[in-house]
Design a binder for this molecule. Sequence first.
Ligand code: DUC
Ligand code: ZN
Ligand code: ZN
Length: 492
Amino acid sequence: MAEYDLLVLNGLVVTADETGQFDIAVKDGKIAKLVPRGSLDGITANKTIDAEGGMVMPGGVDAHVHLAEPALFGKGKSADDYETGSRSAIAGGTTTLITFAPQRKTEPSLLAALAATHELAKDKCYSDYSFHLICSNAGPQAISEFAALREAGISSLKIYMTYEALQLKDSEILDVLFEARKQKIVTMIHAENGAIIDWTIKKLEEKKLFDPKYHVTSHPPVAEIEATYRAISLSSFIDVPILIVHVSSPSAAKHISDAQKRGLPIYAETCPQYLFLTRKDLDKPGFEGAKCVCSPPPREGEQDHEGIWQGLENGTFTVLSSDHCPFLYEDTTVGKKSVISAEYPNGHFKYIPNGCPGVETRMSLALSANRLKLQKFVEVTSTNAAKLYGLYPRKGGLVPGESDADLTVWYPDGMKEYQLTNSMLHHNVDHTPYEGRTIKQWPRYTILRGEVVWAKDEGGLVGKKGYGQFLQRDMSSLAGSMSKEEWNVENF
Ligand code: DUC
Ligand code: ZN
Ligand code: ZN
């Protein structure tokens, strides 16, 4: 009988902590050995992958993915369910997804939302997965359920400062943060000022400006900057960690890094759309720009991109997630084109389903850009999300005896450049905002708990629907994220 299930030999192994020529042995779905190249010569295994010349990294962890959600951000229906979204993930080198379990405003319970989302994901996933609860009704029942959520393996929530269907008042945000502190839950915050956005939309409507490009105008940087500062202020009042999601504006990022310098447990996420798209992508002939409508919107240009890259390099951003929020473009009932009518022949920006696909392209785009040191790339695309959301070291690392054998094996250097097209992708979406971009890297193999689930040149998608498991999560293990002291109103 072979000693190991799988050997991955001769690769350049890159984790968040080290880079080196290491060989990997896998047994029972776990990393069993991570040893200097050559140390496993003569060892037997059921399968061996020769990664000569290529990089081997922990599988990607994408902690911001919308699948099978109802219309929450205006109109539209998610184009991807758990099957198509998770297969797209593994084809792009991501082995763990954290998606959202949305509570509707009319629904008092978070546990009911969790149960409903479990049903949507059960037996459907190609990747491992967990959920963040979206809390849009922060009433007494929801708050009283935080402890039960922790028991159920959920250690993070998302809340919104905008969108009628989701927005919480500041007092409700404080209620959430206060209980999150007690239960050691990380709160993710969509930080845009809903009132500024609604007011600006009215001004544009008065001028009969409806084209997709006005989506950018209607979400000005000030809406994000103000809400980011307010979210930081509320979090520091309660002394509890938050993560500001999908940060697009370097000025908002400045508030975040200032808070971090003051020692506050403020974390932040950015996404490929803020590194690769600009407002020009929404200003295309006809309705084409609708493909890039997401919130916050892509910003002006190079300078903003540069600011966001720097935030990744210097640690202002803890994670680079996709915010995969997929809608069909051509579909005229639930897709982007559902907003085209006789009255609005180019659609009306405020109704365009809000979001872009990107779960499959996140890692390749970022790696191909060659902007981040390799260990930093692993940190922001895998390890930090695992730590922040209570999955480390099971996910996000290659710790012998502890980590699942989730690996992304890249092609050797010198792989030829090619153009990204939607036809290469495995989501259920009829477009990618990155059509025609040059890509220099793509995962050659994706391995989940020791099983090869993606082999680009040997069958492509070889994983099985339903192999993906739900992950019970613990509290965040990022240093300094949880306060030990009692909160006392008399201290203020
Ligand atoms: N927020 C998200 O997190 N995703 C899509 C749209 C939005 O506003
Ligand atoms: Zn959001
Ligand atoms: Zn999102």
